[in-house]
Design a protein. Sequence first.
Lengths: 501, 507
Amino acid sequence: MISEDAVLLSLGLPLGAAVLISMLGRWPNFRETVTLLAAACLFVTVCTLVPAVMADGRPEVNLLDMFPGLPVGFKVEPLGMLFALVASGLWIVTSIYSIGYMREHHEQNQTRFFVCFAIAIAAVMGVAFSRNVLTLFIFYEALTFSTYPLVTHHSTDKAKRAGRIYLGVLLSTSVLFLLLATIWTWHLTEPHSLEFTKGGLLSNMGSDTIRQQPWVVGILLALFAFGTGKAALMPFHCWLPAAMVAPTPVSALLHAVAVVKVGVFTIMKVVIYVFGIDLLTDTGMSLWLMYVAGATIMIASLVALTKDNLKERLAYSTISQLAYIVLGVALANASGVIGGGMHILMHAFGKITLFFCAGAIMISAHKTRVSELNGLGRTMPFTMAAFAVGALSVIGLPPLGGSWSKWYLALGTAEAGQLPLLATLMVSSLLSIAYLMPISIRAFFLEPSASDVHGDNYHVHTGIREAPISCVVPPCITALGCVVLFFFAERAYQLLIPIVS
Amino acid sequence: MIADHLLILQVIVPLLAAPLCVVLRHRMLVRLFAVLVGWVVFAIAIMLLTRVLNAGTVDYNLGNWAVPWGIECRLDSLNAFVLLIVSGIAAVVLPFAPHTVKDEVSGDKQYLFFAAFLLCLTGLLGITITWDIFNMFVFLEISSLSACALISMGRSRRALTAAYQYLVMGTIGSTFILIGIGLMYMMTGTLNISDLNDRLQRLIIVNQVPMFVNQTRTVIAAFAFLTVGISIKLALFPLHAWLPNAYTFAPSMVTAFLASTATKVSFYVLLRVIFTVFGVTFAFQSMQLNTWLMPLALVGIYIASTVAIYQNNVKRLLAYSSVAQIGYMVLGLSFVSVTGLTSSIVHLFNHALMKGGLFLAMGCIMLRLGSVQLQDMKGLGRRMPLTMAAFVVGGLNLIGVPMTAGFISKWYLILAALEQGLWLVAVLSLFSSLLAVVYVWRVVEVAYFQEPERPAGGELRRLNEAPVSMLLPTWMILGASLVFGVYTEFPVGVARRAAEMLMGVGS
């Protein structure tokens, strides 16, 4: 297949699936088949792009010219390639999981759910492959709107309030800062351009303003960094815990992988291809961002410790882990950027495992709080084992994938001479042990609480009682993925190396 | 043969059709006839615009009288574009009419309704096409008076007071305009726009050194009267008081039509008077008009948007949103740059589409639900899915979400502000679009998240989706707003040409 077609197909497949799904609402089995087929085809399509990109090809395709000289179009580069692979690969697993979850949970409006899910994936692909800031912005906003019905899926007052926070924070940051930054960048380049350029658009084509007034770079970076509310950089992080009212598959794919990673991906892309690492190093204008990221890492980890609700704890853990990636980019050196890019991949696998497990626990044991999980390892051994693996990967211990990205990030801080930040990383790893490991410990080493044994749920104790198979297999797969990634991290490294060379 | 007279046919066709409606009288015939006229007028506008885009300015002398004596019609890229908008909206709104007019206007008045509608259309098209400033005033009166009649036909009795208010404010506005025209005529002895510009420039330049000598003082007074008068017609904050009531109580289709054409034509008149009659130098360097318009526009955007948030009648909510949107257009103008004017003119086009579509959706809801109060719209997302989806699309346009026409306007507005180095203005206008999020989402939440209230003891009334003849126009116009949010070449291209012409740069 020609690469250009593959690029278009990776948007067309999920969109086409969305249309089909909406028409097949009356036949759930057909509907789910479409989801699965589309997910599988999408992953294959994205995979066909890999050889070309590895061979330094940059397949590109233009949709249309939205403004004179400013097209909406796609160009696949390594970072986007990696992100698209992660998102499309995990969509398959999540689809299997969400079918089981939604049916077991007897959720309403399942058709709408799957339609919005497919549209959201299309938007993610658009972001991943975008060739300029405008295209990225368009799909960024499309993702916000397509996930809104998913977050508010339950249509309760709580969901409505969460939806308000979700839309309010994401939309206001993007409209106020990201759009302003986009138009300003267009205005600052000579000739006007928003194209992601190797070496940095602003370093190559920035007008004199940039060279004469380096503080412009700092402000612009701030607009981009805070404008990308999806990256959940403090103080614009509160939408993520709020969005946890969504059904768990949504939290899993969208709020551990797609949506939040679109955020950090945007920041990475902007830093690497709009500013250029050298520009940031020369002007030193990203120093403040390192410390904001560092602060986010610490504060979010500490908050996570205090949360008893499992999904909320995971959400704060996500906020902290996302800030790792932002920190990596803000360091603006090779190790930092590579570490950040790899953390997109590694954290995705680790965190999605954790969310899958949280959902499985919710539907089979009806528990949402950490303090209720005592002894659950006996009734749900597979789920809790997967959880432990995922947790270890997020913490960053070998032999799990997460250890590599943290290694490079730590290396990056050391290279940049930012010892306080290196210390932050280490302390935060300890904190993540403190907030994740007790869950596994409770599950495997503590006795089930008395109410569970003698209460209405007496049968809980009577042996293995896992969630339905389609909710157990996915976390096991992704947990296995965490292990595999430890051994194949080299591949990701090879893919990412061109963006810093 | 006919092709030569297209310019005047644009006005003559609806003008003659209006009395014919009264003659025909038969309900069915009148409706069909009006639709036919609407489409003919639209077709003429399309032909005229293509001609202007290909050949540049098109002139027409009425009755072949040479210019200073006779009346001239002239089309350039600006008014050809406005003609297209006005006639296009009319062409879409007229097929929408039968159901809603049957519902909202009493049976024996229907032919009068259509006659008044066509007269109003005539007035708006006439204002746009004429190159004679007194003619402009005459057509302005035709459109205002017939619009007043249309508003008063609303179902609620408050429509009468609304119409009266509209009449009073409108009359004050047109009196101001008339005084302004009179003063200009006194100074120059001409009414033709090019002539006026020519002679005014000479007057202004001659008297520039001692700035406030008697002669220019008259010109300045004329300028002031005209600007204020047009601002009333335009509903520029704080002269907008007539608009919310008029839009709220008028029959649905009238609201849709007026909201997307009347204020747009007034904005056209403002552009024409400021840029073509008085000229950029006089208006913005001597008179510093932009230092007045910019704060007014911004304050207007904020106050109107905020008021919109607290409205419980959705038509009124949209009306206040219109006041805010006029603020965006005036804001673009106040930058006095090609990009700024482009944003204004593009927004004129885009806003006509989005507000027209939104008010048409309101018409559908009015027909089926019998109310446009927010509390009655609970759960409407499930009861009238297509109509509410249309509302959502229109709302996204108002917010300025990418891939909708509203985004294009916003892009150029911000770009224009940045070009002038007006940081605060850029940030403020971005922030104001968040207010739009709030007022749009209030409606969306009610329609999609709340269960409809059952009448005490009774079953919930089953609601049908609006008839196709109403849904189709609604979606056509909103579909256009989506298309032009992606393929921007046409509106932005024309708008830029018009802006360059007004600023006197480029070809």
